[in-house]
Write a protein that binds this ligand. Structure first.
Ligand code: GTP
Length: 442
């Protein structure tokens, strides 16, 4: 079964993981180093400024409780008192990395009237420190007033700074004077400013370093980066999907556009087929009616010429239907070949054709009809028994601008009948708009 990797479930999993990490971070016990515990390091031992350990001036009151006493009855050039925790083992150049700790918990009991108790740490930096000169290990210290240590103290290790006297004494490059406890060789607590005749008692009850197993800042940064990465992946994936769907839509649009174009072509073909006479290739009655409607709308006026083949039934009967069809095609071709591009021409039905000349004066149309009549009469169509006698009759009528085409058609039809009545193979012009009776032309 495929795992459900929908966005909501991934988001829920991400939030749960983040909360679990944050909670775990809070619940994770701190990394501690108890310097007072036995066996942690080589020390502690008593410190005296004159180098005489456990001597007359400085001595343990209770070594197990790290309780010491110092007393200088008279002034000496170097007076110092305290204790040191040594962090190196066999190799005096290899100390402990205290940079992984950020806090120092201190519990001291001090009795005396010194202005401060000093907490110090030394870092052995092989670039300049020398084993034979214990003071060359960089010194870091912070002074605590007696009233500051009446309660347990939590110090930030960053409070330890390199004092001016040490910087001055070794006169090193600035870079070497920066506090750093990556190779700490000792931590000490002492009373730096002593006066002769005074008595000081110091008991170290607790000296514990505290730090994080994992840097919280790094974890926060990791969480932030993970979310940013996740969000970027989501955006990228969405963008990819968008591109895919855009391409698919584009393909669909292209296919639809192509289909629409094909449909338009097919529609145009159908429209043409619906308006074209299959036999002769000219407009059929429907096509003619549409064209006449358009002309009527333009209201320019037109002249209609109805053409009817004479005795066509006889041609059919004598030469056969196929030869009759050929006659129809020939007449259509003769008429079409003698018209202007602006003229409309089609098969009105059976052996009857219609010409519509826009804006032409009726006499011009009649002259055209006469020309067509002559051309048809002269056209050479031969049947099995010789040349087919072919003539046509014409009825011409005017549809003035804004006038009715249907009415003009009726009058053209009447003129055509008049031509037939008058013996066929002739042109009759409707003059009812000027006089009542059609007039013969030619
Ligand atoms: N071959 C052929 N004949 C057709 C077609 N359409 C109509 N006809 C024939 O055309 C003939 C028309 O005959 P009529 O209406 O009597 O007219 P006509 O014989 O020409 O006589 P007039 O018009 O009075 O000169 C009919 O015999 C129809 O069958 C066609 O598409 N092909």
């Amino acid at each position: 079964m495929k795992p459900n990797l929908s966005y909501p479930s991934l988001l829920t999993a991400g939030i749960a993981l983040t909360l679990a990490t944050l909670a775990g971070l809070e619940l994770l016990p701190a990394r501690t180093l108890d310097l007072k515990a036995p066996g942690v390091a080589n020390g502690p031992y008593l410190v005296t400024a004159d180098g005489k350990q456990d001597g007359h001036n400085v001595r343990w009151l209770d070594e197990k409780r790290l309780h010491l006493r110092c007393h200088y009855p008279e002034a000496k050039p170097f007076m110092g008192c305290g204790l040191t925790f040594v962090l190196t083992h066999q190799d005096p150049t290899r100390g402990m990395d205290l940079s992984r700790y950020d806090k120092l918990n201190l519990e001291l009991v001090y009795k005396g009237n010194a202005p401060s108790v000093r907490l110090a740490a030394r870092n052995f930096d092989p670039r300049f420190a020398k084993v034979e000169d214990a003071n060359s290990a960089r010194f870091h210290s912070v002074n605590l007033r007696p009233r500051d240590i009446t309660k347990p103290v939590a110090l930030e290790l960053s409070e330890l700074t390199v004092p001016e006297w040490w910087i001055h004494q070794y006169n090193l490059d600035r870079a070497y004077n920066r506090p750093s406890l990556e190779n700490a060789s000792a931590v000490s607590i002492d009373i730096p400013y002593l006066e002769a005749g005074q008595t000081h008692e110091l008991e170290v009850r607790r000296l514990t370093l505290e730090g994080q197993w994992i840097s919280h800042d790094r974890v926060y940064l990791g969480i932030l980066c993970s979310w940013l990465l996740g969000a970027s992946l989501v955006v990228l994936r969405g963008w990819g999907q968008l591109r895919v769907s855009h391409r698919r839509q584009q393909r669909e649009i292209d296919a639809l556009t192509l289909r629409t174009r094909q449909l338009r072509i097919e529609q145009e073909q159908l429209r043409r087929l619906a308006t074209i006479d299959e036999l002769t290739g000219v407009l059929n009655r429907r096509g003619l009616e549409q064209a006449l409607d358009d002309l009527e709308e333009q209201a320019h006026g037109m002249t209609l010429v109805l053409v009817d083949i004479d005795h066509f039934k006889r041609i059919n009967d004598r030469f056969g239907h196929d030869r009759g069809d050929e006659v129809l095609r020939r007449v259509a071709a003769v008429v079409a070949g003698n018209l202007r591009a602006s003229d409309i021409f089609g098969r009105w039905g059976g052996e009857e054709f219609l010409i519509a000349c826009r804006g032409t004066r009726i006499r011009d149309a009649a002259r055209l009809a006469e020309k067509l009549r002559e051309r048809i009469e002269r056209s050479e169509i031969t049947g099995p028994v010789g040349r087919i006698e072919l003539t046509a009759s014409f009825g011409v009528a005017l549809a003035p601008p804004g006038g009715s085409t249907a009415d003009a058609l009726k009058r053209a039809d009447a003129a055509l009948y008049a031509a037939k009545d008058a013996g066929r193979n002739r042109v009759e012009m409707d003059t009812s708009l000027q006089s009542d009776s059609p007039t013969t032309v030619g």
